[in-house]
Design a protein around this ligand. Sequence first.
Ligand code: MTE
Length: 373
Amino acid sequence: MTHRKTKDDLLRLFDKNVHMLIRAEDPLNAEPPPDALRSSFITPVEDFFTRNHAPVPHVDPALYRLRVDGLVRQPLQLSLDDLRRRFPSRSVVATLQCAGNRRHELMAIKRIDGEVPWQTCAVGTAEWRGVALCDLLAAAGVSSDARHVAFLGLDTVRKGEREFGFGGSVPLEKAMSPEVLLAFEMNGAPLRPIHGFPLRVVVPGYIGARSVKWLAQITVQTEPSDNYFQARAYKLFSPGVTADTADWTQGLMLGELSVNAVICAPREAESVPAGTVLLTGYALTGGGRTIERVEISLDGGDSWTVADLSAEGNRWTWRFWQVSLHLPPGAYCACVRAWESAANTQPEKTKHVWNFKGYMNNAWHRVRFNVIG
Ligand code: MTE
C-alpha cells in the first residue's frame, strides 16, 4: 500500500506549521491564519506564506554559480563563497507581500480563473541577510545605457507545452538602492529550500514577484524583462478587460506596492464578549513610503476612530495597529483604511478595484462580527 501524503506531511516537508492554510498543493501555496500572522512582528519562517509557480528546485550549494551579464563591463560568475568573500554582508528587515494578497475578496465579486485564492495573509516580515545588489552591480560595472535589471530563477514553470524559468525585473534605479539584497539568510538562518535556497532577491517595497527565488542569473538591460511573469502576469488591467480580450503589450507592469490595511482580529463571523473589544491588524505600503495613520469605522465610513500604531518598523516593513472599542451586544461590520506618507489612502469598494488577474486589492478590508452579552 502506498502512503498518501497528508496536508500536514506536505507542510512539514517544507518546514511549515501545520496550522498554515494551503491554497494550492502542487506546487505548495500556503498562508498562515491571521491570528498567527499578527502575533509576531517578525514572521517566523514556519508561518511565512509561500508562493510558488513551480516545484522547488534542488540546488547543490557547492555547484551553485550566479551569473551577472548583459550591459556590464565585466560579466561575473560567482560561487556562494565568492559572494560572501568579495562583498560586505548587509541585512534589512522587510515585508514581502504577494500582489495577489486579498484576491479571495475580488473572487467573491466576480469569477477569477486559474489564480490562487489568497485571503489576507500572503504577506510576512523577515530579517533578510545577504549582499547588496548595488555592490555586485558596481563590481560588474553597469553601462550608461542600462535601464533595468532582470532576474531569473532556477525553477521550471510549465504552461501547456511550454517550459520556462521564473523571472522579472526592476528599474536600474531601484536595483541600485542599498535595501535590495541578494539574500542567503532569513531570520538568522540559511534560507529554507522553499524560500529560495541558496540565494534569492529581496526587493523591499515591491510586489513579492520581483523577489526572485533560487536566483541563477542577473542581466542588466535596456528594457524590462520579457519573462512571462513580467511581460504577461503581474500586470494590472482595467476591469472591463478579460483573459480573452487582454492586449498583453498593455497593462500596468506592477512594481511598488500600494497602501493596504487588514483586520486580523476579530475574525469574520467571530463572536466576542461585550465590553472592551480589541481590533488588531497590519498596514503596509510600498516604495519606501510610510504608514502614517490607520482608521477603523463601524458605520461604513461615516465616522472613523484612529488606531494605535506599534513603534516597530521601518520604511520597508508593515506597521501593526490596534484599537480598543467599548461595544454593547450587537452585530457589527468593521472596516479599516490606512493613510501613507504621500497622503494616499485606500479605495472604499472592492468592486472598484476588480481586475481579471486579481491583483492589488487594497479596498477597505471589512470584517463582520458579533458582540454577545
Ligand atoms: N521566484 C521564483 N523563482 N519562483 C516563484 O514562483 N514566486 C514569487 C517570488 N519569487 C516565485 C519567486 C512570488 S509571486 C512571491 S509573492 C514571492 O516569491 C513569495 O516568496 P516566498 O515563497 O518566499 O514567501
